[in-house]
Write a protein that binds this ligand. Structure first.
Ligand SMILES: C[S@@+](CC[C@H](N)C(=O)[O-])C[C@H]1O[C@@H](n2cnc3c(N)ncnc32)[C@H](O)[C@@H]1O
Length: 196
């Protein structure tokens, strides 16, 4: 089941100190080993929480989102931080306005569970990714604190099946946990795929 779209009115939470503690963007990005010279796209970029540190490591980031208000917040952040190598682009639900095989890697961070038609969406992700390029997914784990309601979360198996259906093979997976309040924890799954 597709989840609710994250609203721009709540964008402050995306950039807050709690989130930086729970999901430190540089540490999570390091797990995907972005390389100098690579062209990336982040789809569902929000305010640039990941795209901005990512851009410091790679050649260029195409930053796509369907929400104009999110893109406005991103553009403000880019101006403030004087980031030159991120291009903010309005996309549609299942259409990505980038040419075939135009990127080395695509980042989907906390977005796949919001997508209405994941098969069509991932077919578009596959179309823009070069052969041998990478798809990097970060999603909430099923049992961790925070995040969308349980019935909106995707299991790793569901994500693997969707990625395989779009022509990606799984190459690496990792998990990330931050303990809070004793036994409770915040959990993320990171999965990396290669385009066949
Ligand atoms: C929870 S926010 C995450 C933003 C960012 N990736 C981060 O982790 O800070 C999800 C974002 O995905 C966007 N989104 C949802 N469905 C989308 C789709 N089909 N195509 C592009 N963006 C989408 C929403 O507008 C929102 O900005």
């Amino acid at each position: 089941m597709a989840g609710h779209k994250y609203e721009a009115e709540k964008a402050g939470h995306l950039e807050g100190r709690l989130r930086r503690f729970l999901a430190p963007p540089n540490a999570l990005l390091s797990r995907f080993v972005p390389l100098p010279g690579e062209i990336w796209a982040e789809v569902g970029v929000g305010t640039g929480f990941f795209a901005i540190p990512l851009a410091a490591r790679v050649e260029k980031v195409h930053a796509l989102d369907l929400n104009e208000k999110m893109l406005a917040l991103l553009r403000r952040n880019l101006l403030e931080k004087q980031v030159q190598n991120i291009e903010a682009v309005k996309s549609d639900e299942s259409t990505l306005p980038l040419p075939d095989s135009s990127v080395d890697a695509v980042l989907l961070a906390f977005v796949l569970h919001e997508v209405d038609e994941p098969e069509r969406f991932l077919a578009e992700v596959a179309r823009i990714t070069r052969t041998g390029g990478r798809l990097c997914v970060i999603e909430f784990t099923e049992s961790g604190l925070f995040g969308p309601p349980q019935d909106e979360r995707l299991t790793t198996q569901q994500i693997n099946d969707l990625a395989a259906g779009a022509g990606f093979e799984s190459s690496r997976a990792w998990s990330w946990q931050r303990r809070l309040l004793g036994w409770k924890y915040f959990g993320l799954a990171g999965i990396e795929y290669r385009k066949l």
